[in-house]
Design a protein around this ligand. Structure first.
Ligand SMILES: [Zn+2]
Ligand SMILES: [Zn+2]
Length: 144
């Protein structure tokens, strides 16, 4: 997979640094990870990688559209390499597990009644619920 990542970086005129490639690889294997998780994965491979360099790389990758940033409320930003399909997310209110769900090809609720002249090309929807594992234990870890 790292071959693909090298091509993607080259296409975006980004230099192929070891940390940048490691960030992409970590995100590819662990979608919906936050920066802290990515840092701990990358740091195991590259001991010199700093937390700041992880943040910088994530920002650059998001700006170039290589990585998608999602911001569930009350949580740190999560990152993933699955981009361009405008898929949505289901988040467990209890353990914060995140799952992907396909986009419902512009369901009526995603078509604004009034676009105010905007050209709309994306809708961000987060579905909140309780994941199967948490339903079984039935013991909320985090109550608000
Ligand atoms: Zn859960
Ligand atoms: Zn996703």
């Amino acid at each position: 997979m790292s071959m693909d990542h090298e091509i993607i970086l080259k296409e975006n005129n980004l230099s192929l640094t070891a940390v940048r490639l490691a960030v992409l690889e970590a995100l590819h294997k662990h979608p919906h990870s936050d920066a802290t998780t990515i840092f701990s994965i990358v740091h195991k491979k590259i001991a010199t990688a700093s937390k700041q360099s992880i943040y910088n790389n994530l920002n650059t990758l998001v700006e170039c559209g290589i990585v998608r940033e999602i911001k569930p409320k009350g949580q740190p930003s999560l990152y993933e390499t699955r981009i361009g399909d405008n898929h949505h997310h289901i988040v467990c209110k209890n353990c914060h597990k995140v799952m992907d769900t396909e986009c419902h090809a512009f369901a009526p609720c995603l078509s604004p009644m009034n676009t105010h002249g905007f050209v709309i090309d994306e809708a961000e929807v987060t579905f909140w619920g309780i994941c199967p594992a948490c339903q079984k234990t039935n013991k909320p870890k985090r109550r608000k």
